[in-house]
Design a protein around this ligand. Structure first.
Ligand SMILES: Nc1ncnc2c1ncn2[C@@H]1O[C@H](COP(=O)(O)OP(=O)(O)OP(=O)(O)O)[C@@H](O)[C@H]1O
Length: 256
């Protein structure tokens, strides 16, 4: 079943065509990568999906909800079921809050765990899941490394039991050695929880590691889209070939 369905979305900013009739679908439990260089339109598409920008034309549907015209109850469901992990956990995690507060905030907002003890237990469980020590839940994000902060951000997103996780350049700010750990964690969580993932990045190698389907965006247009093996093995578009030339192939089976 298609969970997120973006159809023919177009967006102009006073003369700049940021998106040209973009189509993009993410199925239930599916991992989709959206790749493109800086300025290609990735952020604009994301803002349209998150209702931060209104497309000039086109449709965005999420599990029966018309995202652009959603009513209050629909927006509320959408805000719980679609969670985000951002590029910079330093900026996206409030430095004054403890890990316990950060991870339990969504549960409070959405009324998922009524008791403080229940929320605490769930925070402990989530921290273990993402490879952090539950006894650290009283610490603040500033005392963790970049990779650990991204684990906190992932635990926070998972706390409200989302169906779709949207990751916007989640490892771009991390050291290369830490990038692989965070990608592996996302892959584990995706498999364990059956989450759908939309993973946005400028780096094709990073996307290829996690996503079974890849869409390539260039100058506001999806220039290629298909199974990972097809995009890596037989890229149709010259822009994809250029992106492939610029990165090491992450998986030797794909390289062959
Ligand atoms: N608010 C805005 N006003 C005017 N132009 C904009 C605005 N937002 C984006 N643009 C333009 O739209 C185009 C797409 O930008 P967008 O930020 O979506 O690209 P991107 O792929 O997300 O790039 P990056 O990876 O650098 O964030 C660019 O030409 C950009 O300059």
């Amino acid at each position: 079943m298609t969970l997120l369905d973006v159809r023919a979305v177009t967006k102009d900013f006073r003369g700049t065509r940021a998106l040209r009739a973009v189509d993009l679908a993410v199925g239930e439990g599916e991992t989709v990568g959206l790749v493109g260089e800086s300025g290609s339109g990735k952020s604009t598409l994301l803002k349209c999906v998150l209702r931060l920008e209104r497309p000039d034309s086109g449709e965005i549907r999420y599990d029966g909800i018309d995202v652009i015209r959603a009513d209050r109850a629909q927006r509320r469901r959408f805000r719980r079921e679609v969670q985000m992990v951002f590029q910079d956990p330093h900026a996206s995690l409030n430095p004054r809050m403890t890990v316990e507060q950060l991870v339990s905030e969504g549960m409070l907002v959405h009324g998922l765990e009524r008791s403080r003890a229940g929320r605490r237990d769930r925070v402990a469980e989530l921290l273990s899941m993402v490879g952090l020590d539950p006894s650290d839940m009283g610490r603040r994000p500033g005392s963790f490394s970049g990779g650990q902060r991204q684990r906190i951000a992932i635990a926070r997103a998972l706390a409200v039991r989302p169906r779709l996780l949207v990751c916007d350049e989640p490892v771009s700010a991390l050291d290369v050695s830490v990038q692989a750990q965070v990608i592996n964690l996302l892959a584990d969580m995706q498999a364990e929880l059956g989450l759908a993932v939309l993973f946005i990045a400028h780096d094709l190698a990073v996307v290829g590691h996690l996503c079974t389907r890849i869409a390539v965006i260039s100058r506001g247009e999806i220039v290629e889209s298909g199974p990972r093996e097809q995009v890596f093995g037989a890229p149709r578009h010259e822009y994809t070939r250029a992106l492939l030339d610029a990165v090491p192939i992450p998986d030797p089976t794909i390289a062959r």
